[in-house]
Design a protein around this ligand. Structure first.
Ligand code: MG
Length: 254
């Protein structure tokens, strides 16, 4: 850990559960700030823009700037602008994330050339999925902001976008292009934003298989927390570089 000069921090299940900070994490992040230890929040959150996630985190007590937040939603918009410039997109998502899609033509018509799926919660209706299905049959490309299985809210485990993406893949025979974690370019965006090589960056997450292991394969150091979606059984599947009870203890390992 002595070589670590920057850190990528997962948000859901690491810093917060919904709007509740995990105990001790506000102070731990403030401590990194005080030590001038560079960090980025690297999150598959797709229901909020970078700015509105930043505003929420500040409201509940975290000292974080919008420029330190990298979301799968904003990364997907950048990907579409780069790879599908001017192409009409059909977006299934929720919240204000569409505000990050400036410059991407959005349509609910049959002219969409790209179907884009994020964590849409109640907007995963039969009508929306059937429209996406028909677009894909018409030749549209399927883009997934992430393939998350579930996350933890105050009500408990909550179904994420992965099941719906897998369903559309199953019925169309197409494979979604993935933008968020665990896609390598998303991790690269994280350590490049820090201006550091992967060998000098650690990632902290509650998701061993989707966050920690893929990042370790790119050369980052993986630190697993025992909060959020973590279960002890995860450690039978793979071994991170380090395990801590919660992000509150990050100062002990860095
Ligand atoms: Mg998480």
């Amino acid at each position: 850990m002595a070589d670590i000069r920057g850190i990528l921090i997962d948000v859901d299940g690491v810093l917060r559960i919904d709007t509740d900070p995990i105990p001790g994490t506000i102070e731990a992040l403030a401590d990194l700030r005080r030590r001038q230890f560079p960090f980025r929040l690297l999150t598959n959150t797709t229901v909020r823009t970078r700015h509105s996630l930043g505003a929420l985190l500040r409201r509940i007590g975290f000292d974080v700037n919008d420029e330190e937040i990298i979301t799968a939603g904003a990364a997907t918009a950048a990907y579409l602008r780069r790879r599908f410039p001017g192409q009409p997109c059909y977006l299934i998502t929720t919240g204000d994330v569409a505000d990050d899609f400036e410059g991407v033509p959005l349509t609910n018509g049959m002219d969409a050339k790209v179907v884009v799926i994020g964590g849409a919660e109640h907007n995963f209706t039969y009508a929306a999925l059937n429209h996406a299905f028909r677009l894909l049959l018409n030749g549209a490309t399927l883009v997934a902001m992430h393939r998350g299985k579930y996350w933890i809210t105050a009500q408990g485990p909550t179904l994420d976008a992965g099941a719906f993406i897998r369903g559309l893949e199953y019925v169309t025979g197409k494979r979604a292009r993935l933008v968020g974690k665990p896609a390598a370019p998303f991790f690269r965006a994280g350590f490049r934003s820090l201006g550091l090589p992967p060998e000098e960056v650690a990632i902290v997450s509650d998701d061993l298989l989707q966050d920690i292991m893929p990042a370790m394969r790119l050369g980052l150091t993986g630190i697993l927390v025992r909060t959020g979606i973590f279960t002890e059984a995860d450690l039978e599947a793979a071994q991170p570089d380090s395990v801590i009870d919660s992000f509150a203890e990050i100062g002990d390992v860095l």
